[in-house]
Design a protein around this ligand. Structure first.
Ligand code: NAD
Length: 282
């Protein structure tokens, strides 16, 4: 039976550490501030933004919500971002995705000042990640690394298989594992014989977005299984990509959904906001 990786507990530890750093910054007269832009009334986005605001409160970070109409244009959003870029009291800027169809997402990502880009989606931050330069790192993949470290699970020399190649999860996850000397394979929707590949994984990370996608026959005995997926099952219940009940019997460590990677993403956002504040005052 696998040991459960308690993402909630690790996220709490990360947030307590962030709170200490916020106190130190405040002693120097700096109050880290995160601006979150939300466009429209998507309920999932609203939940994510509320969670982020709660985490700000818990860590002492000031949060500023900018709520815009669902008809907002790219130009209007660019104006808001430019104002936040110029505002010295704002250290982190996050634009909650997905954006409405009329908005050019690439333009928006490119407009956020790289020093304030706490999601680390800007091309400059992606490039720095690629080069292995210490910088703002994307929240979900860096949260996975913190989880592995927290449980003392080595990455070096391990076969790491990621299912999913998105810019937000799969690709940056590959870079971070590579930096830690993992042997990395990125599988995706066009991968042939997925089972043969996942069956070699010492560390298997699923970021597909399909409930029940990872079954026990895809997992090596004793593997570490990290479930990034956030989905709803047929009953509308929150679930990951992994068939938890059957995979738990085969894995050595496993993250649950909820309570695994999700809370880490928010905790790492707090960590990035403090890092951004420090970078701006250095
Ligand atoms: P995405 O839709 O951009 O990417 C999904 C990936 O899955 C693609 O790269 C695709 O190639 C791959 N895929 C699809 N079908 C496949 C198949 N049959 N075989 C192999 N690969 C297949 O999604 P994303 O933004 O990377 O998110 C993935 C999941 O992670 C979603 O459930 C999302 O909600 C969740 N997510 C969670 C967090 C978190 O904080 N825990 C953060 C971001 C995303």
């Amino acid at each position: 039976m696998a040991q459960i990786i308690d993402g909630k507990a690790v996220a709490q530890a990360v947030k307590e550490n962030v709170a200490r750093k916020v106190e130190q910054l405040q002693e120097r007269g700096i109050r880290p501030c995160l601006a979150v832009i939300i466009i429209g009334d998507d309920p999932a986005s609203r939940t994510y933004v509320n969670n982020k605001k709660k985490a700000c409160e818990a860590t002492g970070i000031l949060s500023k919500e900018i709520s815009l109409d669902k008809e907002t244009t790219t130009e209007q959003l660019l104006n808001v971002i430019n104002e936040l870029n110029d505002d010295m009291s704002v250290h982190g800027i996050l634009c909650q995705l997905p954006l409405p169809k009329q908005i050019d997402e690439n333009k928006i990502i490119a407009a956020i000042s790289p020093e304030k880009d706490v999601d680390a989606f800007h091309a400059l931050n992606v490039g720095r990640l690629f080069q292995g330069v210490q910088n703002l790192q994307p929240c979900t993949p860096s949260g996975v690394i913190v989880l592995l470290d927290y449980y003392g699970l080595p990455i070096e020399g391990k076969n790491c298989v990621i299912i999913g190649r998105s810019n937000i999860v799969g690709k940056p996850m590959a870079m971070l594992l590579l930096q830690r000397n993992g042997t990395v394979t990125v599988a995706h929707s066009k991968t042939a014989d997925l089972k043969a590949i996942t069956g070699m994984a010492d560390i298997l990370i699923s970021a597909v977005g399909k409930p029940g996608f990872v079954t026990a026959d895809m997992v090596k005995e004793g593997a570490i299984v990290i479930d990034v997926g956030i989905n709803r099952d047929e009953q509308g219940k929150l679930c990951g990509d992994v068939c938890f009940d059957e995979v738990e019997k085969k894995a050595s460590f496993i993250t649950p959904v909820p309570g695994g990677v999700g809370p880490m993403t928010v905790a790492m956002l707090m960590e990035n906001t403090v890092r951004a504040a420090r970078l701006q005052y250095q």
